[in-house]
Design a binder for this molecule. Structure first.
Ligand SMILES: CC(C)(COP(=O)(O)OP(=O)(O)OC[C@H]1O[C@@H](n2cnc3c(N)ncnc32)[C@H](O)[C@@H]1OP(=O)(O)O)[C@@H](O)C(=O)NCCC(=O)NCCS
Length: 189
């Protein structure tokens, strides 16, 4: 087996017009820490944020869990060369999202710097990874999970790309979304 010299343990490099997606590195956690200590970002990312300040070790533990069953990427802005967020194309790890005989992925995503929200970056990342997942990984279903109904940008992101709500939890406060292969193929025709 090839030893990969990065935290993410994969070697997939993808590109959009304005962004690069590359394997997540240990040093990226250092960049992430101050953003995770911004209450607006933390609140959006973590349903119940911890009381203690977020440390590199905390983020590494979460990153390790994602990388174990998925492809963890750093999002790099081409114009500035800065690492501006993280995204994980992750195999379904929640029992409620698994379907016998189907390959299902989910996609935790965070653009760390809130001044960059609403500029189309999230949508470009999702488009790129949806295409990769259906075309290269041969998935059957793409299922963003645990979207908080009061997280307007996140809800709008999935809806704008044609994902539909598959499940409501906590009296409608939490939503799961999905796109089936049939829906994906209809959209790319
Ligand atoms: C959620 C997130 C990834 C979305 O990425 P983004 O780059 O801000 O979103 P985009 O600019 O690509 O916008 C995607 C769609 O949502 C819409 N949108 C963006 N922000 C919005 C807002 N505050 N209210 C309503 N709609 C909004 C956009 O208009 C666009 O739809 P359109 O193409 O139909 O016009 C980003 O805001 C983020 O990282 N937030 C903090 C972390 C988070 O909430 N992660 C998700 C939960 S785990």
């Amino acid at each position: 087996m090839v030893e990969l010299d990065n935290f993410a343990g994969h070697n997939i490099h993808l590109e959009t017009e304005r962004l690069i997606l590359r394997p997540f590195k240990d040093a990226d956690f250092d960049v992430a820490v101050p953003f995770y200590n911004d209450p607006d970002f933390l609140q959006a990312m973590e349903g119940e944020p911890p009381d203690e300040p977020i440390t590199k070790d905390y983020l590494k533990a979460a990153g390790k869990a994602m990388a174990k069953d998925g492809f963890l990427f750093a999002i790099v802005e081409k114009a500035s060369g800065r690492t501006i967020g993280e995204v994980c194309l992750q195999w379904m790890n929640l029992e409620r999202g698994k379907i016998e005989g189907e390959k299902v992925t989910r996609l935790p995503i965070g653009i760390w710097d809130k001044t960059l929200w609403g500029k189309g970056y999230g949508k470009a990342v999702v488009r790129c990874l949806v295409t990769h997942a259906f075309e290269k990984l041969g998935i059957d279903r793409f299922c963003p999970m645990d979207v908080r109904a009061d997280n307007a940008p996140s809800k709008a992101l999935w809806q704008s790309l044609g994902f539909v709500v598959s499940r409501e939890l906590d009296d409608g406060k939490t939503l799961d979304f999905e796109m089936t292969r049939a829906e994906y193929e209809k959209r790319v025709q």
